[in-house]
Design a protein around this ligand. Sequence first.
Ligand code: ADE
Length: 245
Amino acid sequence: MRIDVFSIFPEYLAALDLSLIGKARQDGLLDVRVRDLRDFTDDRHRTVDDTPYGGGAGMVMKPEPWAQALGTALDGAAEEGARPTLIVPSPAGEVFTQQTAYELAAEDHLVFACGRYEGIDERVLEWAGEHFDVRPMSLGDYVLNGGEVAVLAMVEAIGRLVPGVVGNPESLVEESHSDGLLEYPVYTKPSQWRERPIPEVLLSGNHAKIARFRRDEQLRRTSERRPDLIARLDPSTLDKADKAT
Ligand code: ADE
């Protein structure tokens, strides 16, 4: 998968060299290209922002550097007739969820445009719609200073779902949100720690009982912490014993 990231703070994205995503880049599974938006300016001051029409606080990112930058992400794509997905992190976007991560992990080419200040001139997104599938995306209902931290989160969530990136794909099956529920609690040795034993059933060797215990814990945790997820559960994914809990 090819991933282009444009930012005025490319150093923020250095973390993409580390850990699983860094290894996936070395292994050639992810082709991540981080570029400085200021390289696409043509004035001495490398200006990327200007005052907003209509007045108001803050600055707005100018359209020209973005058009130049995004144009380079289309290299090769246009001939093949491909439409890369352009993700624009913004608190005004649709909420990024595990479902979004699954969808985007199936794409060949993602482009991330990190806005700063009050955002990017809206006409850039309109123009980009001619060449990209444009998706403004929010991490949640809070405001960050710019898109870079959101891109780190999204690239990690998407990248780990690309086949081969996580060594043991089974570990993706039983994690939070994979089935609409939060994950069950986990324990390791010692079995007694500071007078706290682990739940006895985990020592029973009875796999059906252990599965039932874990499923009940998922349901209990999700009801307690995220009742909104329970309300959205597809009833056909519940079994008889679930309904009794
Ligand atoms: N940029 C600023 N705030 C953001 C958020 N909540 N999600 C994604 N990008 C952002």
